[in-house]
Design a protein around this ligand. Structure first.
Ligand SMILES: C[S@@+](CC[C@H](N)C(=O)[O-])C[C@H]1O[C@@H](n2cnc3c(N)ncnc32)[C@H](O)[C@@H]1O
Length: 364
């Protein structure tokens, strides 16, 4: 069965609160000396690394059965008690974990997100983003900015995806992180768009089938086709069968640079286009356009960069793509023009509570 998702607040309300938050940040940065504001930002990477350390140690899992003293916790996770206290003191200041009046440490909703068994767990994302390989690539951001190219070839003699295939420690870290981040955006997507109106949905590069499974569990009349590379499709087929969806969801293997299944009423491309350099992303669109019926929809799910100079998660992921894959994030206008080059008209951009948007396009 698909997981029960919490109710989503209206995207407009979330954006309004975000605006207030940004306004307060700007006011603070104008109030204090610029150097102080920059220094705070320089330290932001240390916070990310502290979250990684907490995930590696499994602190959230160790607190799942209730609060623990520092000594108990240090023993359970295999840490130095004083150093653990200092790590937690930093994280508590940011809402991750809490310390009760009796001195015992406990979970908060944010800390629970690091539990291995949490419904939507970010533990694997924390492990990947704080890993030495991810850090190593980011420490060469300056090279990517100088050359406009991802750093993998120069550092490891291969692209990021080749590296993930060759080094399964990296590959597994990455795959697990993608599944973890993928589950984070599911509830907002399902709340924002009526996927059930389509008879047949094709998820192109659908990975483990997490999104398709969630859609099909809520749309008993719909059928699905999951399309991915052979080794990924293999594990998706097992997962879909375990969920009792084998009769409504076919799995097809292949490369989206050569072919995609025909006959879909909607083609989903979730977090695919941003992975690839412009020419490759164009080839994916051209393959789908050739397979689509005239009345089918293309649903691109990506972080759309807003037309303003405020902070936005898409601006981080855009650099993540520059460093690692050579891909990029785009504004809605850039998507409109890009899609038009491959025979699509962008109908509308549907916002969600998360930074993901659904770009609905039709054959022109
Ligand atoms: C970033 S993951 C996104 C997975 C899924 N759409 C999601 O949002 O969770 C990229 C997916 O593209 C698949 N992929 C990469 N190259 C491919 C190709 N040439 N043809 C088909 N799928 C491919 C990968 O196996 C992986 O499942």
């Amino acid at each position: 069965m698909a997981a029960d998702h919490p109710r989503m607040p209206p995207p407009g309300l979330v954006r309004a609160v975000e605006l207030v938050r940004n306004g307060l940040s700007v006011a603070y940065r104008k109030l204090v000396p610029g150097q102080l504001a920059v220094m705070e930002m320089l330290a932001a990477g240390w916070l990310s690394q502290a979250i990684h350390a907490a995930a590696e140690l499994g602190i959230a899992d160790a607190l799942a059965d209730g609060p623990h003293s520092g000594a108990e916790l240090a023993k359970t996770v295999g840490a130095d008690e004083d150093a653990l206290h200092r790590l937690l003191r930093l994280l508590i200041g940011h809402g991750i974990f809490t310390r009760r009046r009796d001195g015992r440490y406990a979970l908060t909703p944010m800390a629970s997100a690091l539990r291995r068994d949490s419904d939507v767990s970010l533990r694997d994302a924390a492990l990947f983003f704080g890993s030495s390989i991810h850090r190593d690539n980011w420490s060469h951001l300056v090279d990517a900015v100088r050359t406009g190219k991802p750093v993998g070839e120069a550092l490891h003699g291969m692209s990021f995806f080749e590296h993930a295939q060759a080094d399964r420690t990296l590959g597994t870290l990455f795959d697990n992180a993608m599944t973890s981040i993928g589950s984070l955006g599911l509830a907002p997507l399902l709340a924002a768009y009526d996927f059930a109106r389509f008879d047949t949905l094709v998820d192109v590069g659908g990975g483990e089938g997490t999104l398709l499974a969630e859609i099909l569990c809520r749309a008993p009349q719909s059928n699905g086709i999951l399309f991915d590379l052979p080794e990924v499709a293999e594990s998706a087929a097992g997962r879909l069968a375990d969920l009792g969806l084998a009769d409504r969801c076919r799995v097809e293997r292949g490369s989206f640079f050569d072919t995609v299944p025909r006959g879909g009423d909607a083609y989903i491309l979730k977090h695919i286009l941003h992975d690839w350099p412009e020419d490759d992303a164009g080839r994916i669109l051209a393959t789908i356009r050739a397979a689509m019926k005239p009345d089918a929809r293309l649903l691109i799910i990506e972080l759309v960069i807003p037309h303003n100079s405020r902070p936005h998660p898409g601006k981080f992921i855009d650099l993540e793509m520059l460093v690692n894959t050579g891909g990029r994030e785009r504004t809605a206008d850039e998507y409109r023009k890009f899609l038009a080059r491959f025979g699509f008209t962008l109908n509308r951009v549907v916002p969600t509570v998360s930074p993901d948007n659904i770009l609905e396009a039709v054959p022109a």
